[in-house]
Ligand binder design. Structure first.
Ligand SMILES: C[S@@+](CC[C@H](N)C(=O)[O-])C[C@H]1O[C@@H](n2cnc3c(N)ncnc32)[C@H](O)[C@@H]1O
Length: 230
């Protein structure tokens, strides 16, 4: 599916999808109703992570939830990573368009905070996400034991980490492929179209292509536009 954004065509067009360089708010407005099978995204947490300008301020969860509901097909799913303090707002707003809401937790086996003895509190080792669906939404049902609403992995590291030319990490919050694949395998089927309007290093695109799903991914900020080949 090609989205027409005035003056902003996709900058990469491949077998499984398209990558855009638009403001997510503009991109979503240019999309027709019920055109994707899933929105799977990791928007800014509003925590000013690594002093990144994009992570500072209000992301208008009410408007985004409305748009995610609008562009998703009736049997579709929405999956949003969020910070602790955003969780309630996402729950309330997505609840206006989806009847089932379920938490999901990414448990990090090697969390960023390492000075454990100095913390004087629990080491911050999990990230929340919210899965919004309806009773007839697609969900993979072929496992006897079901699919748990958590995944335990290390944070993204080594060769998987997208690097700048100086060898430093491209993005402070790159999600591991294992996490994205786990989610996409559960809530989408082969051939489905997945939207990620806040894609960062486009992990969602790489995971989708690896699982033979189609993708529309986007990030507004120039420093994430260059992507190495897998
Ligand atoms: C949490 S990061 C996503 C990281 C991604 N999951 C990955 O694996 O690389 C959120 C992204 O949203 C992007 N962003 C923030 N505001 C945006 C906007 N208005 N439109 C499009 N992208 C935006 C930032 O540039 C940032 O890369």
């Amino acid at each position: 599916m090609k989205i027409e954004i005035e003056g902003n065509p996709p900058y990469e067009d491949s077998e499984y999808g398209r990558k855009y360089r638009a403001d997510a708010f503009v991109l979503l407005e240019c999309m027709g109703p019920h055109c994707v099978d899933a929105v799977v995204t990791d928007p800014p947490y509003g925590l000013n992570i690594d002093n990144q300008a994009w992570d500072d301020g209000d992301i208008h969860i009410d408007w985004l939830a409305y748009q995610f509901g609008r562009v998703t097909k009736p049997k579709g799913n929405v999956f949003v990573f969020c910070s602790d303090f955003q969780f309630g707002a996402w729950y309330q707003e997505l609840g206006k368009y989806f009847s089932r809401l379920q938490k999901f937790v990414w448990c990090k086996t090697n969390p960023v905070e390492r000075q454990f003895k100095k913390l004087n509190r629990f080491a911050e080792s999990v990230e929340f996400a919210l899965h919004a669906s309806n009773p007839n939404s697609y969900f993979k049902l072929d496992k006897e034991e079901g699919i748990q609403n958590y995944i335990k992995t290390g944070i993204c590291s080594g060769n998987e980490r997208v690097k700048k030319s100086d060898g430093k990490s491209m993005h402070p919050t790159q999600k591991p492929m294992e996490v994205m694949k786990y989610i996409l395998e559960a809530i989408t089927d082969e051939g489905d179209v997945i939207l990620d309007p806040f894609a960062g290093t486009h992990t969602t695109a790489r995971a989708a292509a690896a699982l033979e799903r189609y993708y529309i991914t986007n990030d507004a900020f120039p420093y994430y536009w260059w992507m190495p080949e897998d």
